[in-house]
Design a protein. Structure first.
Length: 118
């Protein structure tokens, strides 16, 4: 099972892949050198770690995602609610809105989402 927690730098790295996939691993090292100032070895180390976590794949020198960015974020959110609120979506929403009011547009959108999920 993939772990859906990435540090800031890992998230920047993942974004590079999502924005450019499929991407040759050699091209990925060049982008990481330019954007993250990483050496080739750092790129391959982080790539290997994220492949082992089931987020990306590196086959025949071509890097692709196993999970789209949207799927990753959805799983990350689900994991956060599970760990922080014992899986209770109502508890999460209550905590989220306890210090700020929702706009009418937000309330309408949330109602729409709830209705569509029934």
């Amino acid at each position: 099972m993939a772990e859906y927690k990435l540090g800031e730098i890992e998230m920047r790295f993942a974004d590079i892949i999502w924005e450019n996939e499929p991407i040759a691993s050699g091209e990925l090292t060049k982008l990481c050198e330019a954007q993250l100032r990483w050496k080739k070895s750092t790129t391959y180390t982080v790539l290997k770690r994220l492949c082992e976590r089931g987020i990306f794949r590196n086959e025949a020198g071509v890097v692709t995602s196993v999970l789209s960015k949207e799927q990753f974020r959805m799983n990350q959110s689900r994991e956060f609610v599970e760990e922080s609120f014992a899986g209770s979506l109502p508890a999460f929403v209550a905590a989220f809105v306890s210090h700020s009011k929702l706009s009418e547009e937000e309330i309408t959108e949330l109602r729409r989402i709830i209705e569509e999920s029934r």
